[in-house]
Write a protein that binds this ligand. Sequence first.
Ligand SMILES: Nc1ncnc2c1ncn2[C@@H]1O[C@H](COP(=O)(O)OP(=O)(O)O)[C@@H](O)[C@H]1O
Ligand SMILES: O=C(CO)[C@@H](O)[C@@H](O)COP(=O)(O)O
Length: 556
Amino acid sequence: MGNKYAIGVDYGTESGRAVLVDLSDGTELADHVTPYPHNVIDEQLPESGVKLDMDWALQHPADYITVLKQSIPAVLKLSGIDPADVIGLGIDFTACTMLPVDAKGVPLCFDSELKDQPHSWLKLWKHHAAQDEASLLNEIAEQRGEVFLPRYGGKISSEWMIAKIWQILNEAPHIYERTDLFLEATDWVIAQMTGNTVRNSCTAGYKSIWHKQDGYPSKDFFKALDPRLEHLTDTKLRGEVLPLGTKAGGLTEAMAALTGLKAGTAVAVGNVDAHAAVPAVGVVTPGKLVMAMGTSICHMLLGDHEKQVEGMCGVVEDGIIPGYMGYEAGQSAVGDIFAWYVEQAVPAYVHEAAASDHISVHEWLERQASAYLPGQSGLLALDWWNGNRSVLVDTDLTGLLVGCTLLTKPEEIYRALLESTAFGTRKIVDAFHDNGVEVQELYACGGLPQKNKLLMQIYADVTNREIKIAASKQTPALGAAMFGAVAAGSANGGYDTIVEAAQQMARIREETFKPIQANVEVYEKLYQEYSKLHDYFGRGANDVMKRLKAIKEELK
Ligand SMILES: Nc1ncnc2c1ncn2[C@@H]1O[C@H](COP(=O)(O)OP(=O)(O)O)[C@@H](O)[C@H]1O
Ligand SMILES: O=C(CO)[C@@H](O)[C@@H](O)COP(=O)(O)O
């Protein structure tokens, strides 16, 4: 058998990327990025211009097919390989990114009667408008002593499936009625590729409160939320839940024509972006926390036992690597905070200086900020520009910057924002480690480790741990390709397990970031201050952030 290949497609927040990988050693022969034509829809619906409320974030499902149509032929062409040698395909996605579909699997937003109605659209992971439903769900689950709650750190997030579905039911009952299935976008794309609608155990476990042994929460629980939800899991959430790496089916003739691949090519069940990245950096055992660092951060960790950790996103058996408990935590905004600052708050002279140095504003600010020592700016920030996903699990929290004076410079604020996100990660690392899920080493992948060395050094200093960096620029896509190879199986030139695939294909860089002791000591002091602010504003001593939000909403 000559060389065999797999393609992984990573569906991020703003674009989809395909990577074509040699299965013998993980070499990436080609990659291609397709920005979503409609990007994130958070102000008004396409065509109709219907305005969206605060905290909404939608996407256009057709954009995902555009990614397949553009990026797969592009990687085939760039690599020059014979498409018949591509034996497996995998995808990974942001999550919970969900949509309502009709009995034929067609998104309701494609229906001309419904397309002007926001709830018929696909809700992106960072759609945060279902907080009321999430809060009530948590209250009811706690009162009833639901056993699932501790598995999700004590709180179900407004980003996840049940809160989003409930919001649709509350605000647009007719859309709920018209829905045949609520699907994760990752499962919908797989259904388009294979003609088979199946759910994957990763999104079902982390985002839809599904458990390998117990299944979904009871009908009684759903009835207690709202009698109309009583049969949700047998009806609109029905469907087989398959483990990661399972073959969902073969590529359809229509998709083969669209992509240039062979019909029947093995396609793995869907996966989540951050989770797919874990085997792609070679992590298949406990103790190693993988950070997928981009617009947000997802923190992924394996454990031998199910432990309770405050505010984690969840622990799911086989949720990342079969045979282990997969733990997830996260920060809802990281790169997004830096983007906000660069786009909304940096003075014109900085943009001009960056342009004249032929570097990006981020790079200019990083260079200037690198000249400061930890603590030298006198600034401290809370990283809640898009709420707090772990450990407080509260999307109504907002950002904070303390210590500004008339002498404060943009690069000092930029540095304080970088540091605030590192403190947020430290909270998560401590929450795991102190609750018996050990964190010995950190691994980083995603866009940020490639873009900002200062950021990575700050993370090493704040967490006092060495950080290893993924060699691939498209780590989740590489992981998705590895799962595609597992779906194909060794008999076809792939692999039988993800562990075997990781042994052959995963790669990290030689360069690592090691903590610098002098920095560690200053950051320890700053972290103690961060923790005081974190608890004061985040644990109810002063709910000013929520009151400000309420006043803003009243004035809408
Ligand atoms: N030099 C930089 N330093 C820090 N952040 C950056 C830099 N350049 C871009 N970013 C941020 O990187 C984020 C995009 O990360 P990336 O991993 O490419 O995307 P995604 O999260 O969609 O997968 C954006 O939020 C952007 O603000
Ligand atoms: O929430 C998850 C995974 O559970 C992510 O999909 C979400 O944070 C989006 O990730 P990106 O920032 O687009 O890489």
